[in-house]
Write a protein that binds this ligand. Structure first.
Ligand code: SF4
Length: 452
């Protein structure tokens, strides 16, 4: 009987993607995936270091599985990802029941490590930073051949790159994911074509800063070059592919060429996740973000002018050290000018190993809470206004499947990332693009009637 593995993932979509790749590689090697933790012979934890809380959660969870190991000493427990990279062998001291710790650049070694663990137990730490892109290509090679997780899914993600060179003062990523490394465009195109041949209709391109794709470590493009825009153009030509989305582009890399590509390429979706973090130039400078609020707004204005109907989502940090009411009001102003459709709002907490730690944690938690709530209220108002404006309009959606709340209804998303729920006709299939008439709305969902 095949040994079973279980993977618990913390953190971002890129971690989800890494977990999928590792699952695929393990399945290719003859292991079986289980979604039931206690059934597993191999327990893997893909960890995140971006927030202290995510680390605490992972350490707590790994601590809890110690009792499983006591009952079944043959159980293999491994940790990989950002926390593994930052804490390396320290983790084996804190959690002595762990068998291995694998850093962000050595994910491709996990299958061999698992086999080594089965052959003869020993503690393994693999967390040195690899400057080549070989690991990236190896990991991505596995997903192509896999049948992992959801075979019926019409959406897949592709990692374009790893790491980040920007060193925003609050962020641990450059320390735990290393410097930017981009994959070869030909390898990405090949992967995309194979995914489409498997029935994938929508591809999400992933990277810490996808706008820096192919810039060989430069912080921003020279003039009007944009290897990322060039890649979008090539992907747009793939027959059978309906939609292309990407996260996250850093505003410093969002030049005219990229704006024009987003506007002109028919498969590139009309929804951009553009991290703002703060609308105060003083705070943006303290964060080392490399743009001003005015520059950010200029990107938004140019996109709105060239791509009518484009929607935006963002990331915001409230309570960064030294943030005054005036700074926060500047953020709120930009927030409302852009009119974000979605926002991930984080209350600042100091991250060990980052530059901003030196600045302390000067904003009281009550103020952080108030600012967080104020932005959430604004967001709710903006989105219900946007949704209300969709009433009696026609939209096209890519059908994704049965609605989670009502089995008789199906759902899909517009290119602007609005979720629309509808009653399907018998001929509709997952992956179809259909036209709907919007008959009803809530602040989160649109309800449509089939037109074709
Ligand atoms: S751009 Fe800044 S926030 Fe984003 S990953 Fe890089 S350092 Fe972190």
């Amino acid at each position: 009987m095949n040994l079973k593995f279980y993977i618990k993932t913390y953190g971002c979509q890129m971690n989800e993607r890494d977990s999928e790749s590792i699952a695929s590689a393990l399945i290719d090697a003859g292991f079986e995936m289980t979604l039931i933790e206690i059934e597993a012979d191999i327990l893997l934890f893909n960890t995140c270091s971006v927030r202290e809380q995510a680390e605490r959660k992972a350490v707590g969870k790994i601590g809890i599985v110690k009792k499983l190991k006591r009952k079944r000493p043959e159980l293999i427990i491994g940790v990989f990802g950002c926390m593994a990279q930052s804490r390396k062998d320290e983790l084996l001291i804190e959690l002595p029941h762990l068998d291995f710790v694998v850093g962000t650049d050595k994910l491709y070694t996990i299958v061999d490590i698992v086999k080594e663990e089965i052959a003869g137990r020993r503690k393994i730490v693999m967390a040195d930073v690899d400057s080549s892109v070989a690991s990236l290509e190896t990991m991505n090679g596995h997903i192509i051949n896999s049948d992992v997780s959801n075979k019926d899914s019409i959406i897949a993600s592709i990692s374009l790159m790893r790491g980040c060179n920007r060193f925003c003062t609050y962020c641990i990523v450059p320390y735990v994911r290393g410097r930017e490394k981009s994959r070869e465009p030909s390898s990405i195109l090949n992967e995309a074509e194979q995914l489409v041949a498997r029935g994938i209709k929508e591809i999400m391109l992933l990277g810490q800063n996808v706008g820096a794709f192919g810039l060989d470590g430069r912080l921003r493009p020279d003039g009007d070059e944009s290897p990322f825009a060039d890649l979008l153009e090539e992907l747009n030509k793939i027959e059978g592919l309906e939609r292309i989305r990407f996260i996250s582009p850093h505003p410093a890399c969002f030049n005219d060429k990229l704006i024009q590509a987003v506007a002109a390429l028919s498969k590139v979706c009309n929804n951009i996740h553009l991290p703002l973090q703060s609308g105060s130039n003083r705070i943006l400078k303290a964060m080392h973000r490399g743009y001003t609020a005015e520059e950010y707004l200029s990107i938004v204005e140019r996109l709105k002018a060239l791509a009518p109907g484009v929607t935006f989502s963002t990331d915001i940090i409230v309570g960064f050290p030294g943030e005054t009411d005036e700074d926060f009001n500047a953020t709120r102003k930009v927030f409302n000018i852009v009119g974000f459709d979605n926002a991930f709002i984080f209350k600042y907490s100091p991250r060990r190993g980052t530059e901003a730690v030196e600045l302390g944690d000067t904003v009281p938690i009550e103020d952080k809470e108030k600012r967080n709530h104020a932005l959430l209220r604004d967001l709710k108002q903006i989105t219900s206004g946007h949704n209300h404006a969709m009433l009696n309009k026609k939209v096209k959606i890519l059908v994704e499947g049965v609605s989670k709340r009502n089995k008789n209804r199906w759902f899909g998303r517009t290119t602007s990332n609005n979720t629309v729920v509808f009653t399907p006709s018998p001929s509709i299939l997952v992956g179809d693009v259909v036209e709907l008439f919007i008959e009803n709305t809530t602040s989160a969902t649109l309800f449509g009637r089939l037109l074709n």
